[in-house]
Design a protein around this ligand. Sequence first.
Ligand SMILES: NC(=O)c1ccc[n+]([C@@H]2O[C@H](COP(=O)([O-])OP(=O)(O)OC[C@H]3O[C@@H](n4cnc5c(N)ncnc54)[C@H](OP(=O)(O)O)[C@@H]3O)[C@@H](O)[C@H]2O)c1
Length: 248
Amino acid sequence: MSALSTFHPESNVAVIGASGGIGQALVELLATDPRVASLQAFCRSPESLNRGRAKIGRVDVTDESSISAAAEATAASGPVDLVIVASGILHREPDIQPEKSLRELDPQNLMTAFSINAIGPAMVAKHFLPHMRRDHKTVFAAMSARVGSISDNRLGGWASYRSSKAALNMLLKTISIEHARQYPRSVIAGLHPGTVATNLSSPFTRRVPEGRLFTPAMSAEYLLRVINALEPADSGGLFAWNGERIEF
Ligand SMILES: NC(=O)c1ccc[n+]([C@@H]2O[C@H](COP(=O)([O-])OP(=O)(O)OC[C@H]3O[C@@H](n4cnc5c(N)ncnc54)[C@H](OP(=O)(O)O)[C@@H]3O)[C@@H](O)[C@H]2O)c1
């Protein structure tokens, strides 16, 4: 049975950030879905990906020409139904760690977070959205995070990550308003995948209560359920793995 029952029966789907924990799990799940007629998986090092059913290509979200080439390659299979941006950065060895205090704020690290977490997905939207199908529901979803919610910020810390995800949320909202004028059946949304056991979260999950740390496969299944349930009226919003809307 298809997890994408609300989508076109022969959907053309692209995942960007397909080498990550969540990206890979999404590609594996989408590859088995009977409504996915064409699946494109993009990441910075395509040689590292297991091919399976997906067509593989290179995208670095900080390199706009790689994004426009990926959009053209995806559109060569027909109008695009679903785009999921699963790339992102929280830390990078040896130079980037999420800030615990103001003293640790570094302009270069802030710029790196904004460049990968906010500007990258916006550039993906710029190049993929003109290729979306018009006569059926479509979804453009980017992995955001609950910690990018300004109203939910009670702990502070992680300034680069939080603020870059908040910027992503605003970019998605802004883009959704313009896109809906020509594509009224479209949905553009930020998604919070839950706390998921991946490289990104591994240094910070020691105190996550039992049962609250998802495997990437569980998160991918929840995310596709949310994506399938989204409607045009939801466009511009931020949604958690269980479908709950997260206030900005
Ligand atoms: N895991 C969680 O608990 C959690 C919670 C909330 C939100 N999220 C969000 O979910 C998304 C996926 O995270 P994950 O947990 O799957 O982390 P992950 O396993 O570390 O995957 C991150 C992915 O981002 C890619 N990436 C980094 N910089 C890139 C760039 N310049 N161009 C293209 N791709 C780039 C990485 O590619 P390389 O393999 O080339 O480095 C990797 O595929 C992120 O946006 C993250 O913020 C995760």
